[in-house]
Design a protein around this ligand. Structure first.
Ligand SMILES: Cc1cc2nc3c(=O)[nH]c(=O)nc-3n(C[C@H](O)[C@H](O)[C@H](O)COP(=O)(O)OP(=O)(O)OC[C@H]3O[C@@H](n4cnc5c(N)ncnc54)[C@H](O)[C@@H]3O)c2cc1C
Length: 408
């Protein structure tokens, strides 16, 4: 039976970053398993590419900061447009911002506070501002290309000898006398991939698809980085975790001459966020009361016309002409306090988890991989103390929740 020192389940940004960092710090004999390494349904392929340090908790700020510092080393290679986050505030959200200024100051995050009149210079197309009381601009934040970052993590990990195993759907995990036995179904029979709609569609209905070939492998250390599917993997080794998948949609539309290329991310007080995406504009909105589930259906014109367009038109006359082109839906994996999960959940069998980073897994991916690889290698956090993200916070009487209200 093939045997590895470390197996990572899930090859999205988080799993790929963990593989990259572990291999960089000298760990050997690592395998990274994924149902579909191309990531057609993975959140890492379906996000908006925003990156910022404005969060309410130290660990969330630090994980994002680490990723920003890394992107700054080679912005072009990662499509990093460091053009800031412009956050538009009504009276309620302005108060919330002010209540949390302490953490921004503590981490020396450069934030410019803007009066509503200042917006005329900063973003003249925002011409309907009567309901706003102010705005903030954080210049170090921006937009990047998560796919380029993921490819970088993987190619560097591969150079260090990490095995990337595609078409591997983990279905069972056994705790043995020595280490863990992982069983996966090989979906790439004769190098041919199955129809992913079938695989993910059937999984969404919680039925068991049956593929012929089951493969057993052994490992000393396991990392569960299966994103919105992580709780299904946790169940296989007897750990119950409070997280659930929720659909999030983004639209792409023709900008009709509205040039946002000089801007980074703009977050409106209504909750709509938007930025330039090649020649078009990308905008997203987290529909309240979206039911949990593995729903990848993009509602198309309906979503654009009901959720996106009216909010943009409330803010700028120029939105009148915007023309919906396309869009997509992906999953947030959400926890009760909207912060991610990472840490060792079974010291005896050396099982680690890193998942459920809601709408910030892309921007935290470098930091998460760095911190977790150090925890695995040195048995304690070194560069970033991420112990506050341990899932025991949801269960122990003294657990301190890290509620994040600035997620969009
Ligand atoms: C619309 C949208 C907008 C977003 N915008 C942003 C943003 O602007 N900035 C930001 O930072 N974040 C954003 N996010 C969130 C971000 O995309 C995620 O937090 C991040 O990609 C999670 O990465 P991951 O590696 O944990 O999960 P994923 O990328 O989903 O990877 C998990 C992998 O596990 C694999 N897997 C699952 N089950 C199994 C199994 N049984 N066996 C083997 N493999 C398995 C899957 O195939 C998948 O490839 C957004 C998300 C969405 C949906």
């Amino acid at each position: 039976m093939p045997s590895y020192d470390i197996i990572i389940i899930g090859g999205g940004l988080i799993g790929s970053s963990v593989a990259y960092h572990l291999s960089k710090t000298g760990s050997k004999n690592i395998a990274l398993l994924d149902i579909d390494l191309e990531g057609k349904y993975s959140s890492s392929e379906l996000n908006a590419g925003g990156i910022r340090t404005l969060w309410w908790h130290d660990v969330n700020v630090e994980l994002s900061k680490a990723t920003i510092s890394f992107l700054e080393t080679d912005p072009q290679n990662f499509g990093f447009r460091q053009k800031g986050y412009l956050w538009l505030h009504d009276a309620k959200s302005w108060k919330t911002y002010q209540d949390h200024q302490g953490i921004f100051q503590k981490h020396q995050i450069s934030i410019e506070e803007l009066a509503v009149e200042d917006l005329k210079n900063r973003a003249p197309f925002l011409d309907k501002t009567d309901d706003l009381v102010g705005a903030t601009y954080s210049a170090k934040d921006g937009i990047f290309n998560p796919n380029l970052l993921k490819q970088y993590f993987r190619s560097e990990a591969k150079k260090q000898g990490v095995s990337l195993i595609d078409g591997a759907r983990v279905v069972d995990i056994g705790k043995k006398e020595k280490g863990l036995e992982i069983i996966y179904e090989n979906l790439c029979v004769e190098q041919k991939k199955p129809n992913l709609e079938d695989v993910f569609g059937i999984l969404a209905k919680a039925q068991e698809p049956h593929f012929q070939e089951k493969i057993k492998i052994k490992t000393d250390v396991l990392v569960n980085a299966a994103g919105a599917w992580a709780k299904n993997i946790s169940r296989l080794y007897g750990h119950k975790i409070d997280c659930y998948p929720v659909r999030r949609q983004v639209s792409i539309f023709d900008c009709q001459g509205l040039d946002l290329s000089g801007q980074g991310m703009i977050v409106d007080s209504s909750g709509v966020y938007f930025h330039a995406e090649a020649k078009h504009i990308l905008a997203g909105y987290a529909t309240p009361n979206e039911p949990s589930g593995y729903n990848f259906k993009y509602d198309g014109d309906l979503f654009f016309e009901k959720e996106i367009w009216p909010r943009l038109y409330q803010r700028m006359t120029r939105a009148e002409a915007l023309k919906h082109l396309t869009g997509w839906a992906g999953l947030y994996s959400v926890t009760p306090d909207r912060s991610g999960v990472m840490g060792c959940v079974d010291p005896k069998y050396k099982i680690y988890e890193a998942h459920s980073f809601t709408g910030r897994g892309a921007m935290q991916s470098y930091g998460v991989g760095l911190a977790l690889s150090e925890l695995i290698t040195f048995r304690k956090y070194q560069s970033i103390d991420a112990s506050a993200l341990h899932p025991k916070r949801f269960h122990s009487a003294h657990g301190k929740l890290l509620y994040e209200g600035m997620h969009i």
